[in-house]
Design a protein around this ligand. Structure first.
Ligand SMILES: Nc1ncnc2c1ncn2[C@@H]1O[C@H](COP(=O)(O)OP(=O)(O)O)[C@@H](O)[C@H]1O
Ligand SMILES: [Mg+2]
Length: 241
């Protein structure tokens, strides 16, 4: 479904990533690992169409995703709707004055009828176990609460592919466990999951496969979670990136 061949992206003169090959199929759960600054966020933003490749080729279900495609608003709508992107910093993602409005914002933009919007808001509040927060101001919430609201607002759009950029960063064990449980639930419900992380142990129970970036901004390993379980020293390395 998501295929990047020899992909490269640079910010002016700064390399984001280069010579990257990935292939994610429907229903996969994969993790992008690598040290800080190695290219994880840049790759995720490219997958969802925020950036277009400068070299190489990105195809989504055999459609080439390039500058020309991304400029054509008649085509990008259905493409963008496939993805739910949970940004690393929830505070830049949340801008409404109540949690309910935050979750309703996406479905309202899809032009759904009010009863359907209300249904989605209630379903997402329940799934994320945040009914108690419904009238709170997102900006005033704790980091963990904000992350749950950000995930709820993304899921309200019912995306096929859920992308989470370092979702566990800065969260307490309680919130990490909650988010792990929710991501597992989404995967079992058939969603495709792409997570970035630099702690293997945090994503160990979540993903089937791991892509590993080196400091040189390219993916140097692709390895299944089962293979990794036989490689304690590599797990140690991945846990201390
Ligand atoms: N907006 C930007 N402008 C210039 N360079 C950037 C920008 N964002 C990221 N970079 C650079 O691109 C490289 C990859 O960054 P990033 O994808 O954010 O890494 P990661 O998510 O793995 O920490 C880094 O060298 C980083 O400094
Ligand atoms: Mg990042």
């Amino acid at each position: 479904m998501i295929k990047i061949a020899n992909g490269a992206y640079t910010y002016g003169t700064q390399t984001g990533f280069h010579d990257v090959n990935i292939n994610v199929n429907r229903g996969d759960a994969v993790c992008i690992m690598g040290p800080n600054g190695s290219g994880k966020s840049t790759l995720l933003k490219t997958i969802v169409g925020l950036f277009s490749l400068e070299n190489g080729k990105y195809t989504f279900n055999d459609q080439t995703i390039d500058k020309k495609f991304l400029k054509d608003s008649t085509k990008t709508g259905p493409f963008y709707q496939k993805f739910g992107f949970v940004f690393q910093n929830s505070d830049i993602q949340l801008f409404n004055t109540s949690v309910t409005d935050e979750i309703a914002f996406g479905p309202q933009h899809l032009g759904l009828p009010q009863h359907e919007i209300d249904q989605r808001v209630n379903d997402c509040l329940k799934l994320l176990k945040i009914e108690r927060l419904r009238d709170r101001v997102p900006y005033h919430l704790s980091g963990g609460e904000q992350k749950l609201v950000a995930i709820a607002s993304v899921l309200a759009m019912n995306p096929d592919i859920v992308i989470l950029d370092e979702p566990f960063n800065g969260l307490s064990p309680k919130y990490r466990a909650l988010i792990t449980q929710i991501v597992n639930q989404l995967h079992h419900a058939g969603k495709t999951i792409i997570i970035s992380s630099h702690h293997f142990n945090q994503i160990r129970s979540l993903v089937d496969r791991v892509y590993v970036f080196s400091e040189d901004h390219t993916i140097t390993r692709e390895i299944t979670a089962d293979q990794l379980e036989e490689m304690p020293r590599f797990i140690d390395y991945l846990d201390n990136l």
